[in-house]
Write a protein of this length. Structure first.
Length: 117
């Protein structure tokens, strides 16, 4: 079984919605991190205070086909192509240790179900 990492960098306000979308499309768990977005342009200030956009960084380790489904669902569910409010990408995993047998079984069962359809 081959695995990928899905990384979603999104507005912090969309974090729970993104997790729900990912779980509905086969994700079992997620690592959540907080980030601050800064574009190429000069930082915006308001009375001397710098505005930095709070972001959520979500990291999913998934079976490769599931990672594609989750990525597409997040792209559409969060309307990222039109809103420019986030970024999602995948990376292949060469070696992996630490995924519980229960989660591996869930990935395997999902693949079997997809092949039967």
């Amino acid at each position: 079984m081959k695995f990928s990492v899905v990384v979603a960098i999104i507005d912090q306000k969309d974090e729970e919605k993104a997790i729900d979308i990912a779980k509905a499309n086969g994700a079992g768990g997620v690592t959540q991190m907080k980030g601050v977005g800064m574009g190429l342009n000069e930082k915006k200030t308001f009375f001397g205070l710098t505005y930095e956009r709070p972001e959520a960084v979500l990291v999913f380790v998934l079976e490769r086909r599931t990672s594609v489904s989750v990525m597409k669902a997040l792209k559409h569910g969060l309307d990222l192509e039109n809103s420019a409010k986030g970024l999602i990408f995948t990376l292949p995993i060469e070696h992996l240790a630490g995924i519980p047998a229960k989660q591996l079984s869930a990935f395997s069962n999902r693949l079997k179900e997809e092949n039967e359809i």
